[in-house]
Design a protein around this ligand. Structure first.
Ligand SMILES: [Fe+2]
Length: 294
C-alpha cells in the first residue's frame, strides 16, 4: 500500500559474512560490499533493513532494534580499533513502522530498546561505508529461533513494499557455515582464515552449488519455494550445523520473491572461501534499474 515514490523496487542483497576476520582483510566480497555502499549513496537510498544471523527470538516473537544509541558487541580475533570508532545510525522512525507492518501481518512483533549491533550486521555497514559512521541509517530485525523458512519468507514479503520507498533490504548469513566442519588450525596458529591446505569437502561444494543454483536460476515465487526446500537438501545439515546462518536466505527470498519479481534476474556477485569449508557467496536479487525490455 506504499505511496510509491518510484515504480522500480530496489534490489535485495544476501550477504555471507563468514568469519569476522573478513573485517580487516581485502577479499572479493569486501570489495563488493564497498560497491553496494557506493551505489546506495549515489542513488539516495534512505534506509537499510537488515536481518542477521546472530539474533533470534524464542517462542513466536520477532523483535526490532529500537536502541537509539546502540553499541557494538566485541568481535573475536579483530582488533577493536578496526571498529570501535565507527558510529552506528539507527533509524528509529522506520523501526517503528516495521513493527507496525509486522503486527498488521499477524506477527508477534515488539521493540527491543536495549539491543546492541552484532558483527553480522555492523561489519557489513563498515565495509559499505568505510568512513566513520553508518552513512545510511539502519534497522535491524531479529530472526525467530524456530527457524521456520515460511515464517521468515513472510517477514520478507511483509517488508517488501519498502523496496518501493528507497529502502535497501539485506540478509546476512552464510552459504556454507558449519563451525564444526571448519579447519581452524591455520587460523589459530597463523591468523590465516583464507588458507586452503586441502580442498573444501564434498558436502560444502555440493551445498554451495545448490545455493547458487537456487538463487540464480529462479525468480519470483519459485525462488521462495526453492529456498525453503534447500533446508531439506541432503547436504543441508552438513553445510549448516545450526540454522541461524541460513535463515536470512528465506528472509531475502520473501523480500525478492513476489510475482512482481518474476522478471527480475538474481545474480551471483562475489565469493570467497575461508577455513577450508566455509563458503561466503554474495547474491544480488533484482536490479538497480529496470531491465532493458519492459
Ligand atoms: Fe556469523
Amino acid at each position: 500500500m506504499a505511496a510509491a515514490a518510484k515504480r522500480h523496487p530496489t534490489p535485495v542483497f544476501l550477504f555471507s559474512h563468514g568469519t569476522t576476520m573478513m573485517l580487516g582483510e581485502e577479499s572479493e566480497p569486501a570489495e563488493f560490499w564497498r560497491s553496494v555502499g557506493d551505489e546506495a549513496l549515489r542513488r539516495g537510498i534512505r534506509s537499510i533493513i537488515m536481518m542477521g544471523a546472530h539474533w533470534e527470538c524464542t517462542g513466536d516473537k520477532i523483535q526490532v532494534a529500537m536502541n537509539p544509541n546502540p553499541q557494538k558487541t566485541p568481535v573475536a580475533y579483530v582488533a577493536p580499533r578496526r571498529y570501535a570508532n565507527f558510529e552506528l545510525t539507527p533509524d528509529i522512525p522506520l523501526a517503528n513502522r516495521v513493527i507496525g507492518m509486522l503486527r498488521k501481518a499477524g506477527f508477534d512483533a515488539e521493540p527491543n530498546p536495549t539491543f546492541n549491533f552484532i558483527h553480522d550486521t555492523f561489519l557489513i555497514l563498515i565495509r559499505m561505508f568505510p568512513t566513520e559512521k553508518t552513512n545510511i541509517p539502519a534497522v535491524i530485525v531479529s530472526a525467530n529461533a524456530r527457524f521456520d523458512p515460511y515464517y521468515h519468507i513472510k517477514v520478507g514479503s511483509t517488508l517488501r513494499p519498502l523496496r518501493y520507498e528507497n529502502v535497501l533490504i539485506i540478509g546476512s548469513g552464510g552459504t556454507v557455515h558449519n563451525l564444526y566442519r571448519n579447519h581452524w588450525m591455520q587460523m589459530v596458529l597463523h591468523r590465516d582464515n583464507f588458507a586452503q591446505p586441502t580442498p573444501p569437502g564434498q558436502f560444502a561444494l555440493e551445498f554451495r552449488q545448490a545455493m547458487e543454483d537456487a538463487f540464480t536460476m529462479n525468480c519470483g515465487p519459485m525462488l521462495r519455494r526453492v529456498v525453503a526446500r534447500l533446508m531439506k537438501h541432503p547436504m543441508y545439515r552438513d553445510a549448516h550445523g545450526t540454522d541461524d546462518h541460513f535463515i536470512s536466505a528465506a528472509f531475502v527470498a520473501g523480500a525478492a520473491g513476489d510475482q512482481e519479481d518474476a522478471d527480475a534476474p538474481n545474480a551471483f556477485r562475489a565469493e570467497c572461501w575461508e577455513l577450508v569449508n566455509m563458503a561466503n557467496t554474495q547474491f544480488q536479487l533484482g536490479l538497480w534499474e529496470p531491465a532493458e525490455r519492459r
